[in-house]
Design a protein around this ligand. Structure first.
Ligand SMILES: *[C@@H]1O[C@H](CO)[C@@H](O)[C@H](O)[C@H]1NC(C)=O
Ligand SMILES: *[C@@H]1O[C@H](CO)[C@@H](O)[C@H](O)[C@H]1NC(C)=O
Ligand SMILES: *[C@@H]1O[C@H](CO)[C@@H](O)[C@H](O)[C@H]1NC(C)=O
Ligand SMILES: *[C@@H]1O[C@H](CO)[C@@H](O)[C@H](O)[C@H]1NC(C)=O
Ligand SMILES: *[C@@H]1O[C@H](CO)[C@@H](O)[C@H](O)[C@H]1NC(C)=O
Ligand SMILES: *[C@@H]1O[C@H](CO)[C@@H](O)[C@H](O)[C@H]1NC(C)=O
Ligand SMILES: *[C@@H]1O[C@H](CO)[C@@H](O)[C@H](O)[C@H]1NC(C)=O
Ligand SMILES: *[C@@H]1O[C@H](CO)[C@@H](O)[C@H](O)[C@H]1NC(C)=O
Ligand SMILES: *[C@@H]1O[C@H](CO)[C@@H](O)[C@H](O)[C@H]1NC(C)=O
Length: 891
């Protein structure tokens, strides 16, 4: 009850405070500065016509009766310009200009902002030196200058910033060394200076007096040792020192830091062994020390770190065996010890780690045979055992490794037959490498079931018999190697085989056929001139082929021509029939925006075509679309808007103005209207016909078009849609119904976003339509819509993310197969929770075609994940999404 009263009082107080009295103009202390700043930065939403309301401008916080500006939060607005003026806002406590396009030097006049506690200039293009005057801002608690182009040294004057809690200067081009005074900043919690060119040693007092929780110095040129001091206070949670030149060993004092969860010291020159005190670091989840000169045995004390998820000790000089106790690590997902001098039997105990998904023992000296129950735990996705001394046969239990994506067993002493059970590993896609062993007998035909596998290497064994024709089932193969075995007979005719180099089949005395030089049964031609034969054969094929192309083109053109004539006749017939049965409706208005098309478009014909159901192409949320062939032969798609009665009656002129404006929008990826017709209470919008249908039809194959939706085409569609949408947002238009069904493909298969008129004509917030709840299509609706009931820019980004996921997975946005209450977005976001790799989400018909495609798809998947973030603020702007997609393409 008491708390309820409290709430009530608070409410009243906040209501009273909210209606603050309007001060006299003379008291608006920061008015001149804000007016000048508005002119300089041109922030959208800063209204130059009412400068006295600056306190309510976006990102501006005022305080006191003089309405002084105390905070300026303008991140991610694409701003540029001269920010020196800001230093006149002397009451500023908080200044956030991060993620904009500011460049030039950081104004040294910022040093005048004596009250500033929070300064974030990160993610801009600031260059030159950091002004030492910033050292005068004694109240500063948080300083973020990361991800700029700053150079020079860390200013010595920063030693006066004694209240500093967070100092971030990473991602610049800073040189010089880390000054000793950093170690005397008693409140420092976060120090992040990674990705610079810092040299010298880590100060040996760093962390000794501070509250240091996060120390991230990776990718610099630091040398010397990891100082004991950083572990002294015991508060450290994250330590990242990877990619430097540190030597010495990991201090035993690391055991003081029970809260240390991430310890990454890989790619240095560290020596010595891992201290047993590591077992005291009970929060440890991530330990990465690969590529050093560490030695000694792997300490069993790691087993005490019950949360350990990743242990990477690769490329060191560790010796001895894998401690059995590590099998207790229930959360371990990746165990990577490749390229050491480890010995002993295959470490069966590690198989007790039920969450293990990656086991990398490669390049060691493990011996003995593999256990039969290798895969009774089924989460393993990567099993890398190559370059060891493992002997015996591959156990038949290998067939239980159903989640494996990659299996390397090359360069061991394995014998016996390749077990047919390998064919059960249906997920295997990255590689199956059994090369350089002593396998005998025939290749099992069951290998043909591995239809996702990209790379198969069984070279350098003693395999015999034919290459089974069943292997043609390996539809995803790109790379094969059968060389140096005792295989015989004809190489099956199968694209991936014939496209391989001869060396993939060489060293098998009795093997014949393409791509080898010897044709089967052809004992006459010598090896020398067979090459010439092959060339001329190919030339003949090419000539025959091009003749065929000419022929097909001609016949296609002819039949298209005939088809068009028939369609014209049909259209005429419809008109005649229409005139006989119904009186044509009275057209009240109509226009064609493009002069050159005016003659070719007949309004009556458009109207009549929409009366016939057989012309219907599609049915969307707000409209029905018809295909109309004009008497002139021009094919249009005509969109009949639904429930526009009030729009047409009350807002006809406004609507026409909007349509004409949209008709002038100039972007290659927007499907803009070329005209309109209004009759009675109906509005028809005219568009060019899109012969290739919609993206939904392309992806979900509802048309039966011959177009092969390969990855490059999909990627360019994705980029086109992103660019169109970014342009719309740039012109302050929010699309109300982004979905793959509203993305059209023109004759060149370029993507055009359709239904853009809807957002202008039927915007419910403007009261121009009788539609009460507009949310877009099922499956594309952003989660926040449930409580905002408003489609927003981030909401568009979400819907676009769903389209990206459709493109990547070829799946529908909603599908019962995902399980109850789970849509495509949830299904993808939950994949890692289900222990599935991205390979199991993306359309394997595409991701397994080439490594390049797969890489691009993974990059696009990242973009899609960001766009479909649950929190709208975390989603990127469309402009950024375009950049990321272009980057993915360049890879
Ligand atoms: C408000 O402004 C007046 C005159 O500009 C000045 O005298 C006064 O000290 C200011 N008050 C505060 C609280 O800043
Ligand atoms: C920014 O404006 C200040 C005056 O307000 C001027 O001194 C300075 O040179 C300008 N900086 C740039 C880069 O134009
Ligand atoms: C910059 O650093 C501060 C303090 O660590 C942090 O709060 C802020 O989010 C960072 N800015 C960006 C854009 O990450
Ligand atoms: C980084 O700074 C060095 C001098 O310290 C300079 O030679 C180099 O060009 C700079 N690199 C970039 C990318 O600005
Ligand atoms: C570690 O590096 C420092 C600085 O490069 C060097 O002086 C020292 O001799 C090195 N120590 C060892 C053991 O290599
Ligand atoms: C830290 O680890 C060492 C060796 O395992 C042990 O002797 C010591 O008691 C541990 N200290 C704490 C505080 O747990
Ligand atoms: C392990 O992680 C869980 C979940 O993050 C946490 O609650 C628990 O305290 C951690 N255990 C230790 C020993 O730190
Ligand atoms: C590890 O596996 C167990 C079940 O075997 C599961 O309950 C737990 O959540 C998993 N932990 C992680 C981090 O995946
Ligand atoms: C298979 O493994 C061997 C070493 O055992 C390696 O030389 C070869 O390159 C690998 N094959 C492929 C296709 O990567």
């Amino acid at each position: 009850m008491a708390s309820l009263c409290c709430c009530f009082v608070l409410l009243v107080v906040s209501l009273l405070c909210g209606s603050r009295p309007r001060p006299a103009a003379g008291q608006l202390q920061d008015l001149p500065t804000m007016v000048a700043l508005q002119r300089e930065l041109m922030v959208v939403d800063w209204d130059p016509n009412s400068p006295s309301t600056y306190c309510s401008w976006r990102g501006v916080t005022c305080a006191g009766s003089n309405q002084t500006v105390v905070a300026l939060d303008l991140p991610r607005l694409g701003l540029r310009g001269n920010i020196s003026l800001i230093s006149e806002l002397l009451s500023l406590k908080r200044l956030d200009l991060s993620s904009n396009s500011f460049h030039g030097s950081i104004p040294s006049s910022f040093g005048n902002l004596a009250l500033l506690e929070f300064l974030d200039l990160s993610m801009n293009k600031f260059e030159n030196w950091i002004p030492s005057s910033l050292g005068r801002i004694r109240n500063l608690k948080s300083l973020n200058l990361s991800n700029n182009l700053l150079s020079g040294e860390i200013p010595d004057e920063f030693k006066y910033l004694e209240r500093l809690q967070e100092l971030q200067i990473s991602g610049n081009n800073l040189s010089g060394s880390i000054p000793d005074w950093v170690g005397s900043l008693t409140d420092l919690r976060v120090f992040s200076a990674y990705e610079n060119s810092l040299v010298g040693v880590i100060p040996n007092n760093l962390g000794s007096v501070s509250q240091l929780e996060v120390l991230n110095l990776h990718s610099n040129l630091l040398e010397g040792v990891i100082p004991e001091s950083i572990f002294m206070s015991g508060k450290l949670q994250v330590l990242v020192l990877t990619v430097n030149r540190l030597n010495g060993s990991l201090p035993a004092s690391v055991g003081n830091c029970q809260g240390l969860s991430s310890l990454r010291i890989g790619n240095n020159r560290l020596v010595g062994s891992i201290p047993v005190s590591i077992g005291n670091v009970s929060s440890l989840t991530y330990f990465e020390a690969d590529n050093n000169h560490l030695s000694g045995e792997i300490v069993p004390e790691f087993a005490q770190c019950s949360n350990l998820t990743l242990l990477n000790l690769a490329s060191n000089s560790f010796t001895g065996t894998i401690p059995e106790k590590l099998g207790e690590l229930k959360n371990l997902q990746e165990f990577i010890v490749s390229d050491n001098i480890l010995t002993g039997e295959f470490p069966k105990s590690i198989l007790r780690c039920r969450n293990l998904s990656k086991l990398d023992l490669s390049f060691n000296r493990f011996k003995g045979s593999l256990p039969e129950d290798l895969c009774d735990m089924s989460r393993l996705q990567f099993l890398l055992l190559d370059h060891n001394s493992i002997s015996g046969e591959i156990p038949r239990g290998i067939g239980n490794c159903i989640r494996l994506l990659e299996l390397h067993m090359g360069s061991n002493y394995l014998t016996g037959k390749i077990p047919p059970e390998i064919g059960k590993i249906k997920n295997l896609q990255i590689a199956l490498n059994l090369s350089f062993n002593h396998f005998r007998g025939p290749l099992p035909q069951e290998l043909g079931r591995l239809d996702k596998l990209v790379s198969l290497d069984v070279s350098n064994n003693q395999l015999s018999g034919d290459i089974p024709s069943e292997l043609k089932g390996m539809l995803s193969l790109i790379e094969v190697n059968f060389s140096n075995n005792h295989l015989s007979g004809q190489i099956p005719i199968f694209g991936p085989f014939q496209k391989s180099p001869r060396s993939s089949f060489s060293g098998n005395k009795d093997l014949c056929g393409d791509p080898l030089d010897f044709n089967c049964g052809d004992y006459f031609s010598s090896v020398d001139d067979s090459d010439d034969h092959k060339v001329s054969y190919k030339i003949i094929l090419a000539v025959v082929g091009s003749g065929l192309t000419v022929f097909t083109t001609v016949s296609v053109v002819v039949s298209l021509f005939m088809l068009r004539e028939r369609q014209e006749m049909d259209a005429k017939g419809t008109m005649v029939a229409g005139e006989v049965v119904v009186t044509p409706p009275q057209i009240t208005a109509g226009n064609v925006f493009i002069d050159s098309l005016k003659q070719a478009i007949d309004f009556d014909c458009a109207v009549k075509a929409t009366l016939k159901d057989s012309n219907k192409l599609s049915n969307a949320t707000f409209s029905t679309t018809y295909k109309v062939v004009m008497p002139s032969g021009l094919v249009l798609s005509v969109k009949k808007l639904k429930s526009v009665d009030r729009t047409v009656v009350h807002h006809q002129n406004k609507m026409i103005r909007e349509l004409e404006r949209l008709g002038n929008l100039c972007h290659a990826n927007l499907m803009r209207p070329i005209g309109y017709v209004i009759y009675e209470d109906v509005a028809l919008l005219l568009h060019h016909h899109m012969p290739n249908g919609t993206l939904a039809q392309l992806l979900h194959n509802t048309t039966g078009t011959e177009l092969e939706p390969d990855w490059p085409r999909r990627l360019s569609i994705a980029i086109g849609v992103a660019e169109g949408l970014a342009y719309l947002h740039h012109t302050a238009i929010i699309h109300l119904d982004i979905s793959s069904g509203n993305i059209f493909l023109d004759a060149n298969s370029s993507a055009l976003i359709g239904e853009i008129e809807i957002s202008k004509l039927l915007d419910p917030s403007k009261g121009t339509a009788s539609i009460s709840a507009v949310a877009g299509s099922f499956g594309y609706i952003p989660p926040e819509y449930a409580y905002t009931m408003q489609v927003t820019v981030p909401g568009n980004v979400y819907s676009f993310g769903v389209v990206l996921l459709e493109i990547l997975t070829s799946r529908l946005p909603v599908d019962e197969a995902f399980g109850e209450g789970i849509d495509l977005v949830k299904w993808v976001h939950n994949a890692s929770g289900r222990g599935e790799a991205p390979e199991q989400i993306m359309d394997a018909r595409l991701s397994t075609v080439s490594f390049a495609w797969r890489k691009q798809m993974l990059a696009v998947l990242k973009v899609a994940m960001l766009c479909t973030e649950n929190t709208p603020a975390k989603r990127p702007k469309m402009k950024k999404a375009v950049e990321m997609l272009l980057e993915a393409k360049e890879n």
